[in-house]
Design a protein around this ligand. Sequence first.
Ligand code: FAD
Length: 385
Amino acid sequence: MRTAEVVIVGGGIVGASIAYHLTAAGCRDVLMVERETHQGKGSTGKSMGGVRAQFSTPVNIRMSLYSIPFYASFEERLGYPCDYRPQGYLFCATSPAQMNYLSANYEKQVELGLKGVRLVSAGEIRGLYPQLRADDIVGGSFCGTDGFVDPYSAMVGFTQQAQEHGAQLWRDTEVTGIAFDEKGICAVETTRERVSTRVVVNAAGAWAAQLAKLAGVDLPVEPLRRMLVPTEPFADFPHTAPMIIDMSNGFHFRPEALGFLLAWADPEETPGYKFDFDPGFIEKVLTRAASRVPIFENVAVNPKRAWAGLYEMTPDHHPILGAVPEAPGLYLANGFSGHGVMHAPATGKVLSDLILHGATELIDAGLLSYTRFAEDRLIHESAVL
Ligand SMILES: Cc1cc2nc3c(=O)[nH]c(=O)nc-3n(C[C@H](O)[C@H](O)[C@H](O)COP(=O)(O)OP(=O)(O)OC[C@H]3O[C@@H](n4cnc5c(N)ncnc54)[C@H](O)[C@@H]3O)c2cc1C
């Protein structure tokens, strides 16, 4: 029977980063199992690629403080590009309460060691981007090391390095069962063959709860559709712009190729495996786009180029990382709630540390443990886009 020290279920950016970090730490007998014929068909290939450290909770900030420098040196470390573009994130506050919130976050970010984040005045925002309607903007915060990466490229880079150091990737193979003996997990059933292992990592993205069920574990991770609308080429707004967030309604946009990528979290969206792009979303996002950037009023979009993907949501918008006491050998790397690309490097390091050493110095892993739900220790992140 095939054996592996660690089986990682899911070949998206999170599974790939875990494989990379495990092999880099010397654990070479790693098997990644991906049910699709190609990697990246889950959320990784649908992402907006934004990376930021401007969060409100220390644990999210710490995850970014590992991940963003990692992306900045990705090509040096892995010999493969991830197209990190440090163009920043600019949060635009439209009320004193929002500005107070940004100021409080700024204090925490600086205290934890984030450099390059600063509060900006309404006047500065107006001066930088006169195309924005700024009558209600009271100020904002900007961090120049935030920006964008190419998630697909990063996933491939992680996978290739992991493979060069001994990891194997089975594509077109689904994990269909998890078997236990008196010590804990002893094997996984797959559509290819049974694999004997003591460690299984759930990196199954929006399908994480289904995978956990195979081990008898109830995981509070729900799929939630998110849609993105790319514009046709548009030259009247600078392409050096950061991700700009209108805090009055959550609309945000960033440059992409010759156009812009428009995003907004529709509060009417309900959980479920919905993969179709809803054409009605275009008007909703364009209304908000034109309200903040009046020259977007006539921007052209091609509905055929718009797409939908799934966020993996947890009740407190934080990931669930680490071991599950009632299922010895099962490790979780799930529920990124829209931040799985930006936190993939830190997740790989944390999971590798927990699997190989039982502890990590990168974060207080207990904060993100599975047991926080039963113990009523939720930690809410409000800076969710
Ligand atoms: C529209 C959109 C915009 C986003 N924007 C951002 C952003 O700007 N920044 C950011 O950080 N994040 C963003 N995200 C979120 C981010 O894309 C995800 O959090 C991240 O890709 C999760 O990676 P993953 O590897 O966990 O999941 P996935 O990429 O979904 O990979 C999971 C894999 O597991 C496989 N799988 C599932 N079950 C099984 C099984 N039983 N056996 C074998 N294989 C299995 C699936 O086929 C899939 O390939 C966005 C997401 C969407 C949809």
